[in-house]
Design a protein around this ligand. Structure first.
Ligand code: ZN
Length: 314
């Protein structure tokens, strides 16, 4: 008698849980969003991933910017677009996915920030667990003038704001470009990132990488490496020395977002690739994603609207 009384609530509870699960949003694996740690990305084995094995491809997204369509009133459109992108990703099975910033529209100081982070994490959690998801911070994620507090709020949800990792013989650097855009709130953080970057690029193993890629939110430039300063690029004062450093290190390509449309340029051999938004477009390029195919001596990349993503990648 006693036993059945004890068991009944447990059975009811289990029944209720399984009943609710069908309609519940995807469970957020918070560990998935804490892989950028100690200035590296833990999902990639730092030893085995240093070796080139075979060509691979990855998917780059930019500016899901949850809340932008409605000025922080709703998230339905961003949610629908990201869900569409996630279906393509799960079908294509890239080596990894990288989201180049402006994950949310609200900044950490704004009321809707936590709700937007939560929706972002729920939707991106639907990417197959075997596909690492790399997040990059944008100006909306830490504010146009980052502070120690705004960066701390970001890292609490998404891990480090700058880090590096190896994938299949390729060395990848993720930078906090808001520090390059306006370091005035935390000049020491820009200096730390700079020192760290120089150290990373000097490493003898890095010199043996098949390619070096840099990912950040703000494009260093849109089309010309010496174009005048404007909202969508990095000021020449910090752009010129950084480009010189990246050229000297033989960086193959820089991937950015922020512009909400595509743009392409070159600095010597180095490609500057600005990718349109998975969220709200600001130009003629529709919401979409970029597929980057990495071969031993070259890369190929193409932007696809969410309605025209190929079924498979050769
Ligand atoms: Zn931005």
């Amino acid at each position: 008698m006693n036993r059945s009384i004890n068991v009944l609530p447990v059975v009811l509870c289990l029944f209720a849980t399984s009943f609710l699960r069908a309609d519940e949003p995807a469970e957020v694996d918070s560990n998935r969003f804490q892989q950028a740690h100690s200035r590296t990305f833990r999902a990639f084995d730092s030893q085995t991933e240093r070796t080139w094995e075979k060509p691979f491809f990855f998917v780059q997204l930019a500016d899901p910017q949850y809340g932008m369509f409605t000025g922080n009133e709703g998230l339905d459109q961003e949610k629908a677009l990201v869900n569409q992108a996630v279906k393509h990703i799960n079908r294509l099975q890239p080596k990894f996915v990288i989201v180049c910033g402006d994950l949310t529209n609200a900044t950490p100081a704004q009321a809707r920030y936590e709700a937007q982070v939560s929706q972002y994490q729920q939707d991106f959690s639907k990417i197959d667990p075997g596909i690492p998801l790399v997040c990059v911070c944008g100006n909306h994620d830490i504010g146009n003038r980052p502070t120690a507090e705004s960066i701390a709020r970001y890292t609490e949800h998404f891990g480090d704001d700058y880090f590096s990792f190896w994938v299949g013989g390729v060395f990848n650097v993720v930078l906090n470009s808001s520090l390059l855009k306006d370091p005035s709130g935390v000049p020491e953080r820009l200096q730390q990132q700079q020192n760290w970057l120089e150290q990373q690029l000097q490493h003898s193993r890095v010199k043996e990488a098949k390619h070096i890629f840099v990912f950040l939110h703000h494009p260093l430039f849109l089309e010309q490496e010496d174009e005048p300063d404007q909202y969508f690029n990095i000021p020449l004062e910090r752009r010129t020395p950084l480009l010189a450093l990246l050229k000297a290190a033989n960086v193959r390509a820089i991937f950015a977002g922020h512009y909400h449309r595509n743009a392409y340029g070159r600095a010597g051999e180095m490609e500057m690739i600005t990718t349109g938004p998975v969220g709200r477009p600001l130009g003629k390029d529709p919401s979409g994603l970029r597929i980057v195919q990495v071969e031993e001596t070259q890369i190929q990349h193409a932007y696809h609207s969410l309605d025209s993503v190929p079924d498979t990648i050769d």
